[in-house]
Design a protein around this ligand. Structure first.
Ligand code: FPP
Length: 242
């Protein structure tokens, strides 16, 4: 690819429908704690700023033309964190849904939850289900938030369900994954310099591209998302073929 083309900034160059824009991007939002530590702030402040970034990136995803954005907000392993931090994260989740639901309507965002979210506090479960119902007709961007999500657990649940329905096959397992109906996962982004999947979308990532950045999640921006999409557009995907 010509250098001049590479240097042309997004979003002008990449447009939806060219086949070069990912349909589904998943982000492992990492580094809230380190962001706070660097500023001698409590961890909760890092998570709070992390929610600001979530807000900006959901909006940016719509503007950049992504169909689906999946965010790893709380893993099934995050229960190992101190109770105070878990409470902070759940509180932020409540506030986020309450304060941003109208914004979702305005930006045509449909909410999906992946993970075993029914194990969360009953008021959160109720709020999430109401929000899913309220946004179900929106069609510009789907925001899939992973809550109490662990990919191995998701695959076990899917395989069990498939077994009760009949034959176990790739398609029967896929039909029972929490992500059923979402576009195939194209791109996984992880912030904060870590380069691992941490039990996130292991099945779905089979042919996904990966993009890592040193940026801590509270500092992640639309420009950086656009840079990831630019890099994605340059990758050649072969899906095992040649
Ligand atoms: C990783 O930072 C981040 C999390 C465990 C939670 C991500 C949650 C949010 C951004 C806020 C809630 C989300 C929504 C959708 C409202 P870390 O604490 O592991 O950071 P560290 O590795 O620097 O300690």
């Amino acid at each position: 690819m010509a250098v001049a083309e590479v240097e042309t900034p997004l979003p002008t160059r990449i447009t939806a429908g060219t086949g070069k824009l990912p349909r589904h991007v998943a982000i492992i939002m990492d580094g809230n704690g380190r962001w706070a530590k660097k500023r001698l702030l409590p961890r909760a402040m890092g998570h709070k700023r992390g929610v600001e970034t979530v807000r900006n990136i959901v909006k940016a995803a719509g503007e950049l033309g992504l169909e689906t954005l999946s965010l790893y907000a709380f893993s099934s392993e995050n229960w190992k964190r101190p109770e105070e931090e878990i409470n902070d994260l759940m509180g932020l989740m409540r506030d986020f849904i309450k304060s941003d639901l109208d914004e979702f309507a305005a930006n045509d965002v449909r909410l999906r939850i992946i993970g075993d979210y029914k194990a969360l506090a009953p008021d959160i479960v109720e709020m999430l289900e109401e929000s899913i119902a309220r946004t179900s007709k929106n069609s510009r961007t789907t925001l899939a938030v992973a809550l109490n999500y662990g990919s191995q657990d998701e695959m076990v649940r899917a395989a069990r369900a498939a077994a009760t329905q009949g034959e176990i096959s790739v398609s029967s397992i896929e039909a029972n994954l929490d992500t059923f109906g979402l576009p195939p996962l194209d791109l996984v982004i992880r912030t904060s310099g870590e380069q691992r999947l941490s039990n996130f979308m292991l099945w779905q990532a089979a042919y996904a591209e990966f993009w890592f950045t040193e940026t801590l999640w509270p500092d992640f921006s639309k420009d950086e998302l656009a840079a990831a999409l630019n890099e994605f557009a340059r990758r050649e995907r072969r899906y095992g073929g040649r």
